[in-house]
Design a protein around this ligand. Structure first.
Ligand SMILES: C[S@@+](CC[C@H](N)C(=O)[O-])C[C@H]1O[C@@H](n2cnc3c(N)ncnc32)[C@H](O)[C@@H]1O
Length: 273
C-alpha cells in the first residue's frame, strides 16, 4: 500500500469513526483490507482503494472503515469489574429503581461477547428485574455476528466458564449459539459514537470499553461527554481497565478497576437542577 493510500484511508477512518491509525499500522491495514478486497472481487487492496477514491459511495466508505476497526473482544473481559457489577452495583441500583427495571448500554459492542456477558449476569443475579441491554457498534459485520449469537469453540473458551456455557448456549454443529432467553434481552443497533446518541434514551449503566483508547484525546473526551448525557445521575460507567485517565472530573472510581460513578456533589447538583 502506498503512503498516499494509507493516509487517504487513515483520514477516512479518523473522520468517520474517530479511530486514529498511526503510520506504523500500514501492515495492519493491508491485512484488514485484504478480505474485503476479495469479497468485493477487486484485484487486491490497491485496486479496492483506487475504486474507493474514484467512487467514494457511502457503502464503500462504511465497508472500508469498519474493516479497519479492531474487533478484539471476549466474554467477561475484566472479570473483577463484572463481578462487582453483579454483587454490589446492580443490586443497589435495582433497589433504587424498584419495578422500573434497568437499562444498560454496551457501546462499541463488537461481536457481542460483552452484551451477552451482561445478559448472563442479569439472568443469574437479577432474574426478576426487567432489563433491557442495548448494544451499539459502527461495524455492520460485527453486529450481524452479534445478533446471530453464534460463536466458535475458540471464542467461547475465551472467558466463558463451562457452567455458564452449558447454561446459556446450545451446541449447533461445531459452534455454540446463545439461548433465545439471552438473545431476547439485547437490542442491537448500528450507531456511531461520534454522532448524537440522544435517540438511545437514558441508561443506568454504560459500558464503553477498549474503544475510546483508539480515539484522539479530544475526540474521546467529547464522546465521553455525550455518553455522560445518556447516563442516569446515579448511574455507573464502565471503561476498559487502563482508560481512567481520560475521565471527566465528574466521575470517581468505584470498587473495581474500570468502574466509575458520579461524584456525590455532582449527583446533588443534578438532583437540585
Ligand atoms: C476493541 S473492540 C472492544 C469491544 C468490547 N467493548 C470489549 O471491550 O471487549 C472496539 C469496538 O469499537 C467499535 N468502534 C470503534 N469506533 C466506533 C465508533 N465511532 N462508533 C461505534 N463503534 C465504534 C469497533 O467497531 C469495535 O467493535
Amino acid at each position: 500500500m502506498s503512503p498516499e493510500d494509507f493516509s487517504y484511508v487513515a483520514d477516512l477512518v479518523r473522520t468517520e469513526a474517530g479511530v486514529v491509525l498511526t503510520s506504523d499500522k500500514v501492515f495492519f491495514l493491508d491485512t484488514r483490507l485484504g478480505p474485503l478486497a476479495r469479497r468485493e472481487k477487486e484485484a487486491g487492496v490497491d485496486a479496492l482503494i483506487a475504486r474507493l477514491r474514484s467512487q467514494p459511495t457511502a457503502s464503500r466508505i462504511q465497508a472500508v472503515v469498519e474493516a479497519a476497526l479492531v474487533p478484539e473482544t471476549r466474554f467477561f473481559r475484566n472479570r473483577s469489574a463484572f463481578q462487582t457489577l453483579a454483587d454490589l452495583s446492580l443490586p443497589e441500583l435495582v433497589k433504587r429503581r424498584g419495578d422500573k427495571g434497568l437499562r444498560i448500554l454496551s457501546a462499541g459492542c463488537s461481536s457481542g461477547q460483552e452484551a451477552y456477558s451482561l445478559a448472563i449476569l442479569v439472568q443469574e443475579s437479577l432474574p426478576q428485574t426487567p432489563t433491557e441491554i442495548v448494544a451499539i457498534d459502527y461495524s455492520r459485520r460485527s453486529l450481524e455476528k452479534a445478533r446471530a449469537g453464534l460463536y466458535s469453540h475458540f471464542e467461547v473458551q475465551r472467558g466463558l466458564p463451562i457452567r455458564r456455557l452449558l447454561d446459556n448456549f446450545e451446541k449447533v454443529d461445531e459452534n455454540w449459539r446463545a439461548s433465545a432467553a439471552l438473545r431476547s434481552k439485547i437490542v442491537w443497533s448500528e450507531a456511531n459514537l461520534l454522532s448524537d446518541l440522544s435517540g438511545l434514551g437514558q441508561f443506568d449503566v454504560i459500558l464503553c470499553r477498549n474503544v475510546l483508547n483508539s480515539f484522539a484525546p479530544a475526540v474521546a473526551t467529547a464522546c465521553l461527554e455525550r455518553l455522560e448525557g445518556r447516563l442516569a445521575a446515579d448511574g455507573l460507567l464502565m471503561l476498559g481497565v487502563d482508560e481512567g485517565l481520560i475521565l471527566p472530573a465528574s466521575f470517581k472510581p468505584e470498587a473495581a478497576s474500570g468502574l466509575y460513578r458520579r461524584n456525590v456533589a455532582f449527583v446533588r447538583e443534578v438532583k437540585m437542577a
